[in-house]
Design a binder for this molecule. Structure first.
Ligand SMILES: [Zn+2]
Length: 738
């Protein structure tokens, strides 16, 4: 470079060197850009340092984004101090900048996620935790037993044990008084055990070995390498990606790996498998992990000492220093998309982070998203396939039950064919899963006298009846009320009737049909505390449950060896949504659910109840022909230029005043820059037009491939100055259309 510098540039550079420097500081808040500050004499600052600087009259924490020569155009306020914390690497800052630009959010909101659990001085180094003494308490209650079980698994603070057991902290202190628990001091932030990549793993089949070798050779490149690891449920994807992680760890003494999981209920089981393979438990990061533990993970990751991190989508923003591989487990899963607050898709951001870090990005799935499959087909991603289940295990035999021909009895939901299959499974001493992706007892409550439908006062959506709690609940906002005795419309008494089934109602029917069977429900309502999920899963594994009734939380990743029958109550449910991914999502979910059956040596069977079994998603499922479904779906998407053959972005405006909102929504739509290859639709009223007293309008932009839709939206937004009472949310690549 120096050779190409002419005299003038050289002089300028020498002059710059004599100039004082200023720091451009980004704050973890929704501000459009970093602000300039003077660097006081004697303070040595470099990009990435965490500092305190004055902002709007207060001392605020921020990060030095750049250090540049101060041209002296205006007087600057000075940085107050530099914090004793690991600096944010260039790689992480570039990733945060990219994420902000891509999702059209202010960069500070991504910085906030990266700093949320940073180390800070002056915090306590020990805490009081409770462990069992071995004494049985004089009064044994269910709550006490749950706490003791949690404490035996892992000592914790009173708040921690109470949360895990789903009880109040008073139960913990009560057990201390009764002599069953004792208080001990525990050092905070102990380092994580070091994983051993050369500890022997599972014996891989030839097919698995070939797939593992392909992944290992990608990791050995020490460069960005995206790859789809594609294999049916139960084909051993985890064991195969373990070998890629082992290779990544061998690359250096500080090498780090991140594994993203779609469902935190799975963490426990996966942690166990990591511990078996590597002789050390991974660092775990998700919303149910305590604040203290998250701080420990943050700090150990920043110091390069947490080598394997297992986490939810927000783990992407941890300050890794030497990231070699990112695994996105079940990459197609909709829960990677965050729809609230900062809107982003963790799957896409994971690939970007791998790119900045020069790491492998391993996307695994039995039912890859169409976006990822197209990337693999075009050669942008490597494609590693695991075709079959190992050993004796075979894919479940899948059949449709046509409900037009064999309807269930009135106010029942199990068809005669499904009832028969459950009875036979019970007879053999095996387990059944009845799947319905709907929480509660009934999705709708209607007055028999006047036809009034119970709707939420905050939104216009139906209220869902929950029998266990006796309440009517809005699943969108969490609003709930006791079920009234009289109709609020006509005043008639006892006329409010549930319509349609939720899992609680299927449980009721299963219990009535099979009074001898042990029936339980697995949904996000029945499993709120993390400990409850664990207990339910281990009871299922131990064969203490005969019929499990579950929502999609039961369909994800659990491995129940004695489960041989899966009954899908309503396969048409997801297909009615009418949004872009309705068929794709239904297909993926049904494959996942059906794949729960027969994972060990016993053959499995999946029965799919449907009023429209001729739908291509259901036909492909029965035929086990994924390509037929994908080809048909891709053809339809291509015809309309929809993802992955084009890009979508939504702008959702919301505000308390409907008229004003309509006015500004129209103005916003009219201000869209006119460009070839971009179409604007709307503003339209979304299916859920009002949430928490705020009306909503949606504008959709569709762009041809090759158009930088993020830049387009960013430019569009600056054209209209929207008043503060109206909120504008940008959703790049929207998943939810409600
Ligand atoms: Zn009524």
């Amino acid at each position: 470079m120096t050779a190409t510098l002419n005299d003038e540039a050289l002089k300028k550079r020498q002059a710059d060197r004599r100039k004082p420097l200023k720091a451009r500081i980004l704050f973890p808040m929704p501000l459009p850009e970093p602000f300039d500050y003077a660097i006081p004499e004697g303070m040595n600052l470099t990009a990435g340092d965490v500092v305190i600087a004055p902002l709007s009259g207060r001392s605020q924490r921020g990060v030095v984004w750049e250090v540049v020569p101060d041209e002296g155009e205006r007087a600057l306020k000075a940085v107050e101090s530099r914090q004793d914390a690991p600096p944010l690497t260039d790689e992480l800052r570039a990733f945060l900048d990219w994420s902000a630009r891509y999702t059209v959010h202010p960069p500070g909101v991504f910085l906030r996620m990266a700093l949320r659990h940073r180390d800070s001085a002056g915090e306590p180094r020990t805490q009081d935790v409770f462990e069992p003494t071995g004494q049985t308490p004089p009064r044994a209650t269910e709550a006490r037993a749950a706490v003791l079980a949690e404490a035996a698994a892992d000592a914790g603070t009173a708040a921690d044990l109470a949360r895990r057991a789903g009880v109040s902290p008073g139960v913990v202190t009560g057990l201390e008084k009764a002599g069953a628990l004792r208080r001990v001091k525990r050092r905070l932030d102990p380092p994580f055990d070091i994983p051993d990549p050369d500890r022997s793993g599972m014996n891989l089949t030839d097919g698995q070995k070939r797939a593992a070798d392909e992944l290992v050779s990608l990791v050995k490149r020490d460069a960005y390498a995206p790859v789809l690891l594609d294999g049916v449920t139960g084909s051993g994807k985890t064991e195969v990606y373990f070998e890629a992680i082992a290779e990544a760890l061998r690359r250096s003494d500080s090498a780090q790996c991140l594994v993203l999981l779609p469902e935190i209920a799975l963490t426990q089981a996966v942690t166990r498998r990591f511990a078996e393979r590597f002789g050390a438990a991974p660092a775990v990061w998700h919303s149910d992990v305590s604040q203290v533990e998250r701080r420990r993970v943050w700090r150990e990751v920043a110091k390069g000492r947490a080598r394997i991190v297992l986490g939810a989508r927000s783990a992407l923003f941890l300050p890794f220093t030497d990231l070699k591989a990112i695994v996105v487990d079940e990459e197609h899963d909709g829960s990677y998309k965050q729809d609230d607050g900062v809107v982003y898709n963790a799957r896409d951001l994971a690939v970007a982070r791998a790119k900045f870090a020069g790491a492998s990005a391993i996307l695994t799935s039995a039912t890859p998203s169409l976006e990822t499959l197209v990337n693999a087909r075009r050669g942008r991603y490597a494609h590693v396939q695991l075709p079959s289940r190992p050993g004796a295990a075979t894919l479940p035999q899948t059949e449709a039950i046509n409900l037009r021909e064999q309807p269930p009895e009135r106010d029942h939901w199990l068809s005669p064919a499904l009832v028969k299959a459950v009875a036979e499974t019970l007879e053999r001493g095996e387990q059944s899963l009845l799947f319905l992706n709907r929480r509660g007892y009934a999705p709708l409550v209607i007055c028999q006298a006047c036809g009034h439908r119970m709707t939420s006062p905050e939104t216009d959506s139906w209220l869902v009846e929950h029998r266990y709690t006796g309440r009517l609940v809005c699943h969108l906002t969490g609003f709930s009320m006791p079920k009234p005795k009289t109709c609020p419309e006509c005043g008639a008494e006892d006329t409010l009737r549930p319509v349609g089934p939720g899992v609680e109602r299927i449980e009721e029917e299963a219990k009535a049909r099979f009074p001898e069977a042990r029936v339980e429900t697995f949904s996000s309502d029945s499993a709120q505390a993390p400990g409850e999920v664990r207990r339910l899963v281990s009871r299922m594994e131990a064969g203490e449950i005969d019929i499990l009734v579950g929502t999609q939380i039961a369909a994800k990743g659990h491995n129940f060896p004695n489960l041989t029958l899966v009954g899908v109550i309503d396969a048409d449910l997801g297909l009615k949504g009418g949004d872009l991914r309705a068929a794709e999502r239904t297909y993926q979910l049904l494959v996942q659910v059906a794949g729960r059956a027969g994972r060990a040596a016993r053959p499995g069977r999946a029965l799919i109840q449907s009023y429209a079994p001729e739908h291509e998603a259901i036909q492909a499922l029965i035929a086990g022909d994924r390509n037929a479904f994908i080809d048909a779906e891709l053809e339809a998407r291509q015809a309309y230029g929809l993802p992955p053959y084009g890009r979508l972005a939504a702008i959702v405006l919301s505000g308390p005043d409907q008229e004003k909102l309509d006015q500004w929504s129209r103005r916003m739509a009219a201000a869209a820059p006119v460009t070839d290859g971009v179409e604007i639709f709307g503003p339209a009223e979304p299916p859920i037009a009002v949430i928490r007293g705020r009306w909503r309008r949606r504008i959709l932009a569709r762009a041809d491939p090759g158009i930088d839709l993020s830049a387009y939206i960013a430019a569009w937004r600056t054209r209209v100055k929207i008043p503060p009472s109206i909120r504008v949310q940008v959703d790049i690549d929207p998943y939810s259309f409600v």
